[in-house]
Design a protein around this ligand. Structure first.
Ligand SMILES: C[S@@+](CC[C@H](N)C(=O)[O-])C[C@H]1O[C@@H](n2cnc3c(N)ncnc32)[C@H](O)[C@@H]1O
Length: 245
C-alpha cells in the first residue's frame, strides 16, 4: 500500500523528470502551454496533480498565475526547488475534494492523471469540485488516453504499451471494473526496478456525463494540443468543458 504521498513518493519523485524525459521536451510542452494560456486569458490557472511543474512552470513563465493541488509532498518539493517554483502555490491534498482560495479561469488535469482516481465516484467528485472553483465561463481541460481495449483480444488481460532497452510497460486490465494497473519495469543502475500504479480508465462520453453532472458542457475535443481532429483512431484526447457564463 502507498504511504501518504500516494504512488509518487520520494523514490518516484527523485526520478520523475528523468523517467518521463520525453514529456518534458519543449515540442511536447509548448503546445500544452499555448492551449492553456489562451484559455486562461487574464485569469488564474489551477493544475490538478501539479507534480514537479512540467506544465505549471512554463505556464507561469508565460505570465499566467498558476496554483496546484498535489497529493505528494515529495513531488511538490521538487517543483518548489526549481527556478520559478517559489511563484507557484501548492495545496497538498486530493484534487477530488481539495478547495483552493479564489476562482480560476482554467483548471487542467494532464498526462492521464484523471485515471489516478480509481472509482467513478471519485472522478465525478473531481468534476464537481473543479466546477465549484471555476469562474463562470471558465474551462476544465483533461488530457487522457482513450481506453485501449481494441488492443486486448478476448480472454487476455495484459497489454505491453512500451518496450525498449531500458523500460518495459505492461497494462493489466480488469474489464468488469474499468480497472487498469500499469506495471513499469525499468533498468536503473544495472538492476530492474518495478513501479505499479492502479488506474480507472474512463471513456470520453463518460467524462461528458460527469461534466454534465457538475453543470458543465463540452466545449471542444481534440486528439492533441495542436487541435488535431479527434477520430475513431485517436489514442488520446484533449477535452475542455465549460462552466456556463
Ligand atoms: C503522472 S504525474 C503528472 C504530473 C504533472 N501534471 C505532469 O504533467 O508532469 C501525476 C501526479 O498527480 C498526483 N496525484 C495523483 N492522484 C492525485 C490526487 N487524487 N490528488 C492530488 N494529486 C494526485 C501524483 O502525486 C503525481 O504528482
Amino acid at each position: 500500500m502507498p504511504g501518504e504521498d500516494g504512488y509518487f513518493d520520494e523514490r518516484v519523485a527523485a526520478r520523475y523528470d528523468e523517467s518521463s524525459g520525453e514529456m518534458f521536451d519543449p515540442a511536447v510542452v509548448e503546445p500544452v502551454v499555448d492551449f492553456l494560456a489562451a484559455l486562461a486569458g487574464s485569469g488564474r490557472a489551477l493544475e490538478l496533480g501539479i507534480g514537479t511543474g512540467r506544465i505549471a512552470l512554463p505556464l507561469s513563465q508565460r505570465g499566467v498565475p498558476v496554483h496546484g493541488i498535489e497529493l505528494s509532498k515529495a513531488m511538490a518539493g521538487r517543483l518548489r526547488e526549481k527556478p520559478g517554483g517559489e511563484d507557484i502555490g501548492v495545496t497538498i491534498g486530493d484534487f477530488a475534494t481539495a478547495a483552493v482560495e479564489g476562482t480560476f479561469s482554467v483548471a487542467y488535469l494532464v498526462f492521464n492523471t484523471i485515471m489516478n482516481l480509481t472509482t467513478q465516484a471519485a472522478q465525478v467528485a473531481c468534476f464537481r469540485n473543479i466546477a465549484a472553483q471555476l469562474e463562470p465561463g471558465g474551462c476544465f481541460v483533461i488530457e487522457v488516453g482513450v481506453p485501449s481495449l481494441r488492443r486486448l483480444p478476448p480472454g487476455e488481460t495484459f497489454h505491453a504499451f512500451h518496450v525498449s532497452e531500458t523500460h518495459w510497460g505492461i497494462d493489466e486490465f480488469d474489464v468488469a471494473r474499468q480497472g487498469l494497473i500499469s506495471h513499469h519495469f525499468e533498468l536503473v543502475d544495472g538492476s530492474i526496478e518495478r513501479f505499479s500504479v492502479p488506474f480507472r480508465y474512463v471513456w470520453p462520453a463518460e467524462l461528458d456525463l460527469m461534466a454534465e453532472l457538475a453543470g458543465m458542457r463540452l466545449r471542444e475535443r481534440w486528439s492533441g494540443w495542436k487541435r488535431e481532429p479527434f477520430t475513431s483512431e485517436s489514442t488520446k484526447h484533449v477535452s475542455a468543458w465549460e462552466k456556463p457564463a
